[in-house]
Ligand binder design. Structure first.
Ligand code: C2E
Ligand code: MG
Ligand code: MG
Length: 460
């Protein structure tokens, strides 16, 4: 085999570049990125050792290492073929050259290279002659370290071996990424433990309450639906909004317990109002993806409406687009079964996810709720208006009822009426109301206009 004298031509620039030039803003950002992985000074791990072993065996080289470049020092996460004092050899300069580029860096014979010929790498215990390293680059473009193979004889690196090293370096980077996600999760989890136990306590102590926001038919001006919205009436804190605690309920798994409670509470409220002879519209409950994913979701729903299961107990459900994009078969089967009970299914916040109307056409869905952001943009530009107009028209082709969310102004209301939107929900008519206020609204004690005024002056 022909052995090239020294550095590959495309790698010459990297060797010529002084290491000092790395000591700049970019290097500080790189060090910060490396530290975010919490990998430096951790114990050896089999998965990284295995990657190094693979690299050595594929290239048939005696030595392979995964070396991370911390501030002013090299640190080996995995080492193959190095023992004792040899294991302390200084790779920093070669690694620095490698991470200053974005692709594999090969020195076919260090002895033939003026920069490395006299170094301890060649003359010392390792007797290093050949080096090939691939930078470990993360998604933000920071090179954290290298995966490299070393030989004690000068040699070439075949194209397929280069490709294999690149692949292994991507795997090493993926492992590092996994560790970062895991440590973020564990640290985040620890930080949230206090919140979780406060929420667990809130659930047991009955601190959650449900508010109801009317949905109004744009043609008749009548209340044709309600949406149940959860609040945490936290002692000493006032009413806490869902954006502050729903993600924590979901992360901790408490959403299953609290979500089942919302279903039960809403079903009980509905049948209570009906028993009193109040003309009660259907009430929609928001259901989290993790609730639907549970194998017993249908049982939970049936239990909630068991006292009066006719027409799905008067309940509808609202789900987000994302739910339909995952494990679709199972989810759709559940949605069909629940729909067979008379429950109507709405896609909430439509437009914020990735689903298309075309995709929704074959699914068991009755209603599309156009997200607040589109309604707000509608009166700001012709494009905003065109988007809402198109969504409404296409949804009607698919025989879906369209609800506009977050309607706040008369201008929006008028435009939506012109665009033949079916229903609107928003502060223009009413904020979410307590059960008593909702009962007053439904019995005509406080007509919609008065509710609008009182809700605005009294807050929630
Ligand atoms: P959502 O289902 O899209 O609910 C509509 C949100 O818009 C509600 O916020 C409502 O108070 C707010 N809203 C109503 N009218 C207007 C308006 O005119 N302008 C603006 N800017 N906003 C308006 P809320 O009550 O803070 O709830 C936020 C989200 O929390 C809900 O969004 C829903 O995704 C979630 N959520 C609420 N209750 C539950 C629940 O029981 N279970 C689950 N899983 N999620 C819930
Ligand atoms: Mg909703
Ligand atoms: Mg919504």
């Amino acid at each position: 085999m022909e052995v090239r004298a020294s550095v590959r031509s495309n790698d010459a620039a990297r060797i010529a570049a002084p290491p000092e030039r790395l000591l700049n803003e970019k290097e500080r950002a790189r060090i910060a990125a490396l530290r975010s992985y919490h990998i430096i000074d951790t114990r050896p791990e089999e998965v990284f050792d295995e990657l190094a072993r693979f690299a050595a065996s594929i290239v048939t080289a005696p030595i392979a290492v995964i070396c991370l470049m911390d501030e002013g020092r090299q640190w080996f996460k995995a080492k193959v073929g190095l023992q004792g004092a040899d294991a302390q050899f200084d790779l920093a300069e070669l690694c620095a050259c490698t991470i200053s580029g974005s692709d594999i860096f090969v020195v076919t014979d260090l002895m033939e290279n003026s920069r490395f010929a006299g170094s301890a790498l060649v003359s010392g215990g390792v007797n290093m002659r050949f080096y090939a390293g691939v930078p470990l680059i993360n998604a933000e473009g920071h090179a954290l370290g290298v995966l490299c193979v070393i030989d004690q004889v000068p040699r070439e690196l075949a194209a397929e071996h280069e490709a294999a090293l690149r692949t292994l370096s991507r795997h090493a980077m993926a492992q590092l990424e996994l560790r970062r996600q895991l440590s973020l999760f564990i640290c985040g989890g620890k930080a949230n433990q206090g919140h979780y136990s406060a929420l667990r306590h809130a659930a047991r102590a009955g601190e959650f309450v449900v508010r109801y926001q009317p949905k109004v038919d744009l043609g008749s001006g009548r209340v044709v639906g309600l949406e149940a919205l959860l609040r945490w009436d936290r002692p000493g804190h006032g009413l806490v909004m869902p954006s502050e605690f729903i993600p924590l309920l979901e992360e901790s798994g408490l959403i299953l317990e609290v979500g089942a409670w919302v279903l039960q509470q809403t079903a009980d409220r509905y049948s209570d109002w009906r028993r009193k002879g109040i003309d009660t519209p259907r009430i929609a409950v928001n259901v989290s993806p993790c609730q639907i994913r549970q194998s017993d979701f249908l049982d939970v729903f049936e239990r909630a409406i068991a006292a009066d299961p006719r027409d799905g107990g008067g309940l509808d459900i609202e789900i987000t687009e994302g739910v339909l994009m995952e494990n679709t078969e199972d989810i759709i089967r559940k949605l069909r079964l629940i729909r067979d009970k008379g429950v109507r299914i709405a896609i909430d916040d439509f437009g914020t996810g990735y689903s298309s109307l075309r995709y929704l056409s074959g699914l068991p869905i009755d209603t599309l709720k156009v997200d607040t952001s589109f309604i707000a943009a509608m009166t700001e530009s012709a494009e905003g208006m065109a988007i809402v107009s198109t969504i409404i028209a296409l949804a009607h082709v698919l025989k879906l009822t369209v609800v506009a969310e977050g309607v706040e102004t008369q201008e929006q209301r008028k435009l939506l009426r012109l665009l033949r939107c079916d229903q609107i929900q928003g502060y223009i008519f009413s904020e979410p109301l307590t059960s008593r206020e909702t009962e007053n609204l439904l019995t005509g004690v406080s007509p919609l206009e008065r509710v609008e005024l009182s809700a605005r002056s009294a807050g929630s």
